[in-house]
Design a protein around this ligand. Structure first.
Ligand SMILES: [Zn+2]
Length: 201
């Protein structure tokens, strides 16, 4: 009787072993996806509870803040996360690079003090029950003019906040630029709202 039991156990052993092997092989493949970031190209952007302009406003996101993109939706809204806040913002006010932020009244000194590209700042929205949202001002965004490539080349310090363009990269004002130089045509530069540098023009 004892012998039978032993034999039986020996028969089961291979199954037990193979099950263990399968277990160790089946480790979760750690899909560590890199989170795509976008930057707020507006003086402030409203984070909403739902993808709708009439949805509850959850917070205001400062211009040039970095948000994590969770879902890029086809309806013009992007689901984002910033700090512990989750919600929806209008996709048109997001840009991929912080230096592409052209919105006025962005406090770049704050952004730089906070480490530049890592800058994230949200503030609470005052809730006004039952009042039409007259205060939900639309973000002020200076839209880039359509591309025109005519005219001589000009040089722009790509720090995202310059107001001038230069005729030469060796302009003394341009030498102070610690960012990449952007080359554009005069009309493109003017389309971005830039004016001639007083030193080199
Ligand atoms: Zn210049």
């Amino acid at each position: 009787m004892k012998k039978h039991l032993l034999l039986w156990l020996l028969c089961l052993l291979p199954f037990a072993l193979s099950a263990q092997v399968v277990d160790t092989v089946a480790q979760e493949a750690d899909s560590e996806q890199t989170q795509p970031y976008r930057y707020v190209n507006a003086s402030a952007l409203t984070l909403r509870a739902l993808p709708s302009a009439s949805a509850l406003a959850l917070a205001k996101i400062d211009g040039a803040s970095r948000v994590t993109v969770l879902t890029d939706r086809p309806d013009g809204w992007t689901k984002v996360q910033i700090n512990e806040h989750l919600g929806y913002v209008k996709s048109e006010y997001l840009v991929e690079q912080q230096q592409d932020v052209t919105a006025e009244s962005v406090d770049w000194s704050l952004v730089e003090a906070a480490g530049g590209a890592d800058y994230t700042n949200v503030s609470a929205v005052e809730v006004r029950a039952a009042l039409p949202q007259a205060s939900a001002a639309r973000p002020a965004v200076r839209r880039a003019a359509p591309r025109a490539s005519a005219g001589p080349k000009v040089y722009i310090c790509n720090n995202g906040r310059t107001e001038v363009y230069h005729s030469s990269e060796s302009c003394s004002a341009m030498n102070r630029c610690t960012y990449a130089t952007k080359v554009a045509s005069t009309s493109e530069a003017r389309g971005l709202g830039l004016r001639e540098c007083m030193k080199c023009y």
